[in-house]
Design a binder for this molecule. Structure first.
Ligand code: FAD
Ligand code: MLT
Ligand code: ZN
Length: 549
């Protein structure tokens, strides 16, 4: 298998490829450097053999709200009368089955729910939710449980209502591309189903094998191709939701145009299970591209990365479908933790960029890409580069980017932040954090990984101005927490950014919402919440800053 190498220092390589000539032997013999793309479920982090500390113990100020009733045998009997299958109600006498629903993917949060409900229909969801509302039983809606902010698991003994068993495709219109499906459909399953019909899901993320479309909508997930296919605020056309009082409500219709009344579905996109339970989604799906190209480039400065982005927007324009970046420490961690990943280039560069194009005419796209890459080489913007020669190599390049999350999680304590700031400031947030942690003696800036904070890295969706700042440490510790927060949120506010670009607020960021939203805005949010969920049974303790007593 050949991987086309584009070394800035070796004149001729790029033009050889762009004119369809044979590659120099040294390049053609390039060894395989990528592991194949990982498929289906995202491996849960497995660094700790034992369970994480209970959230209630780790955050003792998060007292259980006494408004909520404790679960009784009578409640369980009612749930079993609604969901008749044995597998639909998991109780504490099956701890091995119950526990995964209490722990988040990061293994940072752990609740103490005594029951998981897995209804199969919206009518069952309605009956269960109405009962919980009338009896003041708190409920956490749960999709694929891949959320990264502690929103999908209980804090105390809230009931988990999982959408796992609601996974039917309801309809698909092959002309308009409008798909309607149950909220519990797994993203990758939907995408594979659409592939057979020449379509694709408009979003893609590393958790695709486990996350559900309902969870994606509830978090307003962004992912790897938002740059091209837009946010869920644009592609979700309507949804079916169940409100705490048991009403099943259609929010809109599966139409591209509908100007009747408030657009209530928009409120539910990114509501993180605080307003109602999403039971079905209608979404506009694009045609699957006939031509896909993927390239990886090595760049020596973040200014250079921005320069590549400018070129990509200008020269690849309408076919640009992803522009991702990561720093060399991310790459080193992937090489360390993921089998069969090797160095992409002979010399390391501080930054790597992954670019993808999606188009309908391969010759046209290849030509555009050739001009783009040639310009980068001529201007000396990139140090090194590789263009995938087939879909396996393309998948391998994506695999490096997509396994950064897993590699970081394997390091032990992984402090994960997801933020938006204007693109020119994106990486300076990482540097400011490195400075800060070095100044309090927690981090060695020379890269020795000897401090208690071992790595401070940056990667993300450069095309969306979205940075994933991650820290790895020898373990969770209060002094590390305090060195990061609220310092980081102050920097983000200073740059006019958002404390959550795509992962949401959950439990983790709820106390810091005022760094991104005004008091008046938060007050309006609370009013909305009380309209939909007046008894506050849905996903308590999260999303909103605690009310000062
Ligand atoms: P869950 O984690 O189960 O739930 C998330 C939140 O939504 C919770 O508050 C929950 O209560 C609520 N919820 C879930 N389902 C429903 C429902 N049906 N009705 C109402 N509320 C509901 N996120 C990105 O945005 N971009 C990425 O690129 C990305 N990559 C990731 C890569 C990896 C390896 C991992 C582990 C996570 C990644 N994530 C990413 C985060 C996560 O996958 C997304 O937030 C995803 O949308 C969550 O979907 P889920 O089904 O797992 O929801
Ligand atoms: C990503 O872009 O890979 C995800 O948002 C997950 C992460 O931030 O780790
Ligand atoms: Zn992301």
């Amino acid at each position: 298998m050949r991987l086309l190498r584009l070394r800035g220092r070796i004149p001729g390589c790029l033009s050889a490829s762009s004119q369809g000539r044979t590659l120099p032997a040294s390049l053609a013999a390039c060894p395989r450097i990528f592991a194949p793309r990982r498929s289906f479920t995202v491996a849960r982090t497995s660094c700790a053999a034992h369970s994480p500390v209970l959230t209630a113990d780790r955050y003792p100020h998060l007292k259980r709200d006494t408004r909520y009733k404790a679960l009784t045998d009578e409640d369980i009997a009612f749930f079993k009368s609604v969901i008749k299958s044995d597998a639909g109600v998991i109780t504490a006498d099956r701890p091995d089955e119950l526990e995964p629903f209490n722990e988040d993917w990061m293994r940072r949060f752990r609740g103490q729910s005594k029951v998981v409900l897995r209804p199969k229909t919206a009518a069952e969801v309605a009956a269960l939710l109405k009962y919980c509302n009338e009896h003041r039983l708190a409920v956490v809606p749960q999709g694929g449980n891949t959320g990264l902010v502690g929103g999908s698991v209980p804090v105390h003994d809230e009931i988990v209502l999982s959408l796992q068993n609601m996974n039917e495709i309801r309809s698909f219109d092959e002309v308009s591309g409008i798909l309607t499906c149950d909220a519990g459909c797994v993203l990758e399953v939907l995408d594979n189903w659409l592939a057979e019909r020449g379509y694709m899901m408009p979003l893609d993320l590393g958790a695709k094998g486990s996350c559900q479309i309902g969870g994606n909508v509830a978090t307003n997930a962004g992912g790897l191709r938002l740059l091209r296919y837009g946010s869920l605020h644009g592609t979700v056309l309507s949804m079916e939701v169940v409100l705490p009082d048991g009403r099943i409500v259609e929010l809109g219709q599966p139409l591209r145009k509908d100007n009747t009344g408030y657009d209530l579905k928009q409120l539910f996109i990114g509501s993180e299970g605080t307003l109602g339970i999403i039971t079905a989604v209608s979404i506009l799906t694009p045609r699957r591209p006939k031509a896909v190209n993927v390239a990886m480039l090595g760049v020596s400065t973040f200014e250079g990365v921005q320069e590549v982005f400018k070129h990509a927007k200008g020269e690849l324009n309408e076919i640009l479908s992803a522009f991702e970046f990561f720093d060399h420490t991310c790459l080193n961690l992937v090489k360390h933790h993921i089998p069969n990943v090797r160095e992409p280039f002979t010399t390391q560069t501080p930054f790597y960029v992954l670019i993808e194009t999606n188009g309908s005419n391969k010759d046209h796209d290849d030509e555009k890409l050739a001009v783009f890459l040639e310009n980068l080489m001529t201007e000396g913007v990139v140090e090194d580069g590789a263009l995938a020669q087939d879909s396996t190599q393309a998948a391998g390049m994506w695999s490096i980017r997509e396994t950064i999350t897993e590699s970081l999680a394997k390091e032990g304590g992984n402090y994960k932040y997801d933020l938006s700031v204007p693109v020119p400031h994106l990486y300076s947030v990482v540097e400011e954090m490195q400075e800060r942690l070095a100044s309090v003696g927690l981090f060695d800036k020379n890269g020795s990984a000897t401090g208690r904070v071992k790595h401070v890295v940056g990667f993300g969706h450069m095309g969306d101005g979205n940075l994933h700042l991650n820290l790895t440490s020898t373990g969770w510790a209060k002094d590390i927490d305090e060195a990061i927060e609220p310092f980081l949120y102050e920097i983000i506010q200073k740059h006019g950014g958002s404390i959550s670009a795509e992962h949401g607020l959950g439990l983790m960021k709820a106390p810091y919402l005022q760094y991104s939203k005004s008091e008046a805005f938060i007050e309006l949010m609370r009013s909305m919440k009380s309209v939909f969920d007046p008894n506050g049974i849905l996903n308590p303790y999260k999303y909103f800053p605690p009310l000062s007593k």
